[in-house]
Write a protein that binds this ligand. Structure first.
Ligand SMILES: [Zn+2]
Ligand SMILES: [Zn+2]
Length: 311
């Protein structure tokens, strides 16, 4: 198997693009795909200061590596979730990588805000772990990207992530999610940072190959709370379709992005945050934002718990 571009021995076959590539040409292919996504969806420019949401996993570290190589001004933000050993190891991987590329990493601890980690917060509020975690991560990422002077927040969602969520949302006709979904979530308030997904044109397999070739050390373990049985199944189904007819996944997602206004039109006012939270000053749909409400509940509960144990 020879590289289609330079004729050297190929290291990877890309059926969706009908090519095989050598190490060097594959790396260039990856950089080009990301550059393309950034340009196509007008994600950001060289004037922006890009915050990368870094979990310590392969997608976020690959994203940070790629954006740095493309010459963008970047920095990482890592949220320590307080999920035992998993969180400590994730932080370690993020810190090591920041050192390796000589870039700034901002680390935020959930326990500094709640006095405890995600599993306990979910238990106290009787909410699903992944839903509570999502609310907290979204809030902290936005707030600290803003406070640190970043102009855009980039996350490591890849083609498999986006195509499988899209499939799930279509199967159950979740119009509101479909209306909001896209490679760019524009800012609708001065304190709400634009969110972008520069890896949407790359599959999980392509990103994994890239991290191996680049010697990027990431956390292999999935979050122990990762429920997502359904989303894993949807990824599997899409891979079956992809094997049968290569290129379908990309076609499916790109086609949706071209038509997404059909759904966005259904909820013209939905994305507007009218108020500012009375407690933290960040955009909110009500008087107190979801994050601060959550924080109050957890604090009350923890303080009551302490009183009863000391009495
Ligand atoms: Zn080549
Ligand atoms: Zn608030």
């Amino acid at each position: 198997m020879k590289c289609k571009i330079c004729g050297r021995p190929a290291v990877i076959k890309l059926p969706a693009h009908n090519i095989a590539l050598c190490e060097k040409c594959f790396e260039e292919f990856v950089l080009r795909r990301v550059k393309n996504a950034i340009k196509t969806y007008k994600m950001f420019t060289k004037d922006d200061k890009v915050a990368v949401a870094v979990s310590g996993g392969k997608d976020s570290l690959a994203l940070w590596d790629i954006l740095t190589r493309l010459g963008y001004e970047t920095g990482g933000i890592h949220i320590h979730l307080g999920i035992g050993k998993y969180s400590d190891e994730s932080l370690q991987k993020a810190e090591n990588f920041a050192k390796k590329i000589n870039s700034e990493l901002t680390v935020i601890y959930v326990r500094d805000f709640f006095g405890t980690g995600i599993p306990e917060i979910a238990k106290i509020t009787k909410r699903k772990t992944c839903s509570v975690c999502g609310t907290i991560k979204r809030y902290l990422m936005n707030r600290f990207a803003y406070e640190k002077g970043y102009t855009v927040l980039a996350t490591g969602h890849n083609l498999d992530d986006e195509a499988s969520t899209l499939l799930g949302n279509l199967l159950y006709w979740k119009d509101l999610y479909l209306a909001r979904k896209g490679p760019v979530l524009p800012s609708t308030h001065p304190k709400l940072i634009r969110k972008v997904k520069p890896l949407v044109f790359l599959t999980e397999r392509e990103i994994a190959a890239y991290t191996i070739l680049r010697g990027i050390d990431y956390i292999y373990e999935e979050c122990p709370h990762a429920a997502g049985a359904t989303s894993i199944f949807h990824k599997h189904v899409l891979n079956e379709i992809e094997n049968y007819s290569p290129g379908t996944k990309l076609h499916f997602l790109k086609g949706f992005y071209e038509r997404k206004n059909i759904f966005a039109r259904l909820y013209p006012e939905e994305t507007k945050m009218q108020h500012e939270c009375k407690e933290c000053g960040y955009p909110s749909s009500g008087e107190i934002c979801g994050f601060c409400k959550l924080r109050r509940r957890v604090k009350e509960k923890l303080e009551n718990g302490r009183e009863t144990t000391t009495a």
